[in-house]
Design a protein around this ligand. Sequence first.
Ligand SMILES: C[S@@+](CC[C@H](N)C(=O)[O-])C[C@H]1O[C@@H](n2cnc3c(N)ncnc32)[C@H](O)[C@@H]1O
Length: 364
Amino acid sequence: MKPVESIYLHFPFCRHRCNYCDFFKQVPEDKDQSFTSFESQFLESFDVHKKFLADYDYQFMPLKTLYIGGGTPSLWGSRGAEFLADLFAKEGVTFDKDCEFTLEVNPGTWTEESLQSWIDIGVNRFSLGVQSLDSRFMKALDRVHSLNDALNTIEFFSQKKWNYSVDFMLGLPYSVEWNRDIEKELNEILKFSPNHLSLYILTVKENYPHFDKLPDDEFISREYLKVSDILASKGMHHYEVSNFSKPGLESKHNLRYWESLTVGAIGPSATGFLFEDKIRYKWKTKSSEFETEVLTEEEYQLEKVYMKLRTNLLLDSKELDIDDEILRKWSELSYIKHVSTAKFQVTSQGFLMLDSMMGDLFKE
Ligand SMILES: C[S@@+](CC[C@H](N)C(=O)[O-])C[C@H]1O[C@@H](n2cnc3c(N)ncnc32)[C@H](O)[C@@H]1O
């Protein structure tokens, strides 16, 4: 039997559809009705998934990580916590004693009581969807909560001394025109000393309503490096392209993706990976079915290198068979720093240049 020790669950509902977001989600007209039909589809998917795992000889082991993302999972509330607790008990899904169990939470979609129900079933990490703390940019991003909701949420989690991460975005429309003071926004967050911060560069399609108001690549690079410097000066490690944490508080769940390990997934649009068989699968949005893709050994190795370059995990030039010439070039350009004999780490500057680094490695 091959182990499944990590699961991602996708909850596909939000209070509102933000204009930049491309994740699969719906805005429920009638929450009760929508959640009931989602839960029944979820149970069906759980069965389909169980059979799929059994067919390939995988089985759930005590979970090391569990991540509920969305959408806005905090909108599911105590009802969601009870639903999952019942399902896990019935299906014999258990947690390792150090299991990292994360729930995504949006400002304005939680009560102390609803959060307590999640803690009661084992949630021990929260990811807060903040994105910006400037009401002008929040409006441009079409966020539905107020600045006060966002600040109250961070303050509440910090007073409770809960383990939380903050999602924050840069490269926002009107950053130049409105002179975004990202340092001020960031300092506002850092005052609360979150254990973890995810920093995403806004990525949108051409039909995005503010497409012509986006800053150019040079501005974005400067903003990214400025934020990385500020966070580094506060003792936060830049451990992956978009992630910073206090030492030892990296997201264990995300590290499993970046190390190309097995992560089970259930829910509309969720993607899972079975490491031993190199099978990737992605759930359809409207039915309890998924599509599978088997990676060739070559595709898998390519992906593994790419994933590794995304993190600050030590690169062993011998193991990866990287040319000395390439290493010299990357060092000169400050894409990597030398840690010890034959060991390197990608720098914040390097994280911005991953495509070019991959180009150097796989010229043909
Ligand atoms: C699954 S989404 C969670 C959405 C959450 N419900 C919210 O509204 O904040 C995870 C994170 O991805 C980031 N994200 C969403 N859309 C993005 C986009 N178009 N470009 C870059 N980052 C994005 C946001 O920081 C978001 O918090």
